[in-house]
Structures are given as C-alpha cells and as structure tokens.
Ligand binder design. Structure first.
Ligand code: KG4
Ligand code: ZN
Length: 339
C-alpha cells in the first residue's frame, strides 16, 4: 500500500510517500519566516502552508515516482488549528480527486512510532511490542508504554513546560535566536556543565486515584527559571565565552531528568527497549545520555525526529493495514488530542 503523508501542524509544510519498501520520499519545507518574531505566528503559518502545500506534495510524489497513492494520511491534530486545517482540507480534496481513502493521524502518534521506521541511526532490527517511547517536542514531553498499535499508557509526563519549549526559552534568554533547541544544543557541546541547576522530582499520581505511580513526572519550568535567575544575578553569563557553560549545564540537567525517568520506567515495567521521537530527540546530549543507560535504545535520524510527513504516512499506513476504517469527509481537525 502506497501512502502519501501530509503534515502541516506547526511551522513545517511536509509531504512524504511510504510503502512496504520504506520511505520513498520525504520533503520538508521549513518556514523560516517566523525567525524574526522569535516564535511561530499561527496566522502566518497557515498562509505559508496554503502557499507551499501543492509544490511540497508534488515534489514528494515526483521523488517517489508515484502519480496517485493508494491512500492519504494527514495530521488532524494536535497543533495550530488553522495550520492543521490547511493540510486536512488539501488531503480531503486530493482524496476526492484521486478517489482514494484518507485517514486523519495524531501528530504525537507519528513521533511516538517514528523509531519503527527504517533506517534508524541506532538500535536497528525489528522492534517488538511492548516498548517505551519518549516523545519530546515543542509542545509535549511524555514517556509512554507502548503495548500495541493504538495502545499507549502514559508513564511520565511534564507537568509544565515541554523540553523543546524550555530549550527555546533558554535560547531567548541567551539571545541566540529561534528555534533555540539546535542552537543551545550546539553551544552545549562547546561548554562544560559548571553550574548546578535543579533536577526536580515529582511523584506521579495515578489519574483518578490518590495513589502514586512507580515513576515520577517531569517538570522543566523550575529549571528554566533557575537559568533566568542565574542570568539576572550574573548578566555576564550571556557572553560568548560563558554561554556555552550555561547551555551545557542546562542540557546536563535535562539529560539527568530524562535518564532518571527512563531508567525508573524500564525497571518498573521490565521493558528494556526505548524509542525516542519529537524535535528535542535530535539533541546530541539527550541521544548520548540515553545510549549510556544500558537499554536497547532506538534512535531515528535527526530529520525524522523533527516534524516530518514520513512519520504520519507510516502511522496512517499501519492503521489502515490493521483494518482501521478511513475517515469520512466531515472529519475535522482537533487542536488538542491525546493519543
Ligand atoms: O517535533 P517538533 O519539530 O515540533 C513539535 O511538534 O513541537 O519539535 C520542535 C521543538 C522546538 O522546540 C525545537 O527547539 C526543539 O524541538 N528542537 C531541539 C533540537 N532540535 C529541535 N531541542 C533540543 N535540541 C535539539 N537539537
Ligand atoms: Zn512534532
């Protein structure tokens, strides 16, 4: 089954073609127009998606050598409502025009299972259920237990900032630009973790009960505030020669929290395989930290961690092959949608 994937949930216009042989094309047009605003401007994102969606889809089909796919998988949420709607409306139109089914896919599920797509950088070979999957992006930071396709349990999640969001905010404090994740990551590699930032522990409450789960939740807002306080006390920390140490110290705190939660989850569940996905999964320190845990870690290439349509096509294809019915034309977008 040849599936065209479409992703427009935030600031990347993306299309990809996936079939049984793997990813045949993977085109991402990143909207650099938001850089001057220091963050994504939703209305501008929607307009840019509307301008780029046709050439991006055409490029994905051309590279794959496909005239007409067997099905379309499209991000239906969560994300910026207007942005998601551009991709969804385009997918519906193409579905009618080609006479092929379409399926709305949860963007988070795309990240969650992106480690199952070949090739992977580390941990190649078939991955069997159950496994753990860590999704760390600009809006989410959640560790899931994946029991089967469509059966996901939250093991630990952030109670405040997402990891990518914390990176972006720290980058802004240091005057580095947007998106900040890759910039802080690069500087962290040049510095040393000389500043002791906090590593919070938050007992995870089992939803609907007063019981504590065996794995703690995550929090990154206090860490971000600690960086801000340190800079306010000593503005010299933003200088070119000291910012690398701030980045390295912040990154080491993030890595320690993640490693601790993954280690706890592996111990509590007896599951020894961990997948990672989402934009912050492209982070060098986080990738290296997980590889040092002694677990089987599956790392997608960095381009499959940040937003892409191959992960959407991949997940849509898995569901369609498992017998999931395609969506009706009145399927709408969901700005909020947990897996
Ligand atoms: O998954 P993604 O492309 O979009 C969302 O679904 O949010 O993630 C984007 C986020 C941004 O916050 C960006 O700064 C962060 O991922 N990010 C990184 C790195 N590359 C992207 N964070 C830390 N280190 C990186 N190398
Ligand atoms: Zn994403």
């Amino acid at each position: 089954m040849i599936v065209l994937g479409i992703e427009t949930s935030c600031d990347d216009t993306a299309a990809a073609v996936v079939d049984e042989s793997g990813v045949r094309s993977d085109v991402v047009w990143s909207q650099s127009l938001h850089e001057r605003y220091g963050g994504v401007v939703p209305e501008l994102a929607s307009r840019a998606h509307a301008e780029q969606i046709v050439p991006v889809v055409r490029a994905a089909l051309t590279v794959a050598g496909v005239d007409r796919p067997d099905a379309i998988a499209v991000t239906a949420g969560p994300g910026l409502m207007g942005a998601v709607l551009v991709g969804l409306c385009f997918a519906k139109s193409a579905s009618v025009g080609w006479g092929v089914p379409f399926l709305g896919v949860n963007h988070l599920e795309g990240h969650l299972l992106s480690g199952l797509m070949e090739p992977v950088v580390e941990g190649a070979g078939s991955v069997a259920f159950p496994f753990l999957s860590l999704v760390i992006s600009g809006g989410h930071s959640t560790l899931y237990k994946v029991l089967a396709l469509g059966r996901y349990e939250v093991v630990s999640e952030t109670v405040d900032d997402a990891i990518g969001e914390a990176y972006d905010k720290v980058a802004r404090m240091l005057g580095l630009g947007y998106p900040g994740g890759p910039l802080v990551d690069r500087l962290a590699g040049l510095g040393k973790p000389t500043i002791a930032f906090p590593r919070p522990r938050l007992a995870r409450l089992v939803p609907g009960t007063a019981e504590r789960a065996p794995v703690d939740d995550m929090s990154f807002s206090g860490l971000k505030t600690a960086v801000r306080t340190a800079i306010e006390r000593d503005p010299g920390l933003t200088s070119a020669d000291r910012a690398p140490d701030v980045c390295a110290s912040f990154q080491q705190a993030v890595v320690d929290v993640i490693n601790d939660r993954v280690r706890q989850a592996a111990r509590a569940s007896g599951i020894g395989t961990v997948l990672i996905g989402g934009g912050a999964a492209a982070n060098e320190g986080i990738r290296a930290g997980l590889l040092g845990l002694g677990l089987r870690v599956v790392l997608p290439p960095k381009g499959r961690c940040t937003d892409n349509a191959a992960m959407i096509a991949h997940v849509g294809r898995l569901h369609l092959l498992a017998g999931c019915p395609p969506d009706p034309l009145f399927r709408t977008a969901q700005a909020r949608w947990s897996v």
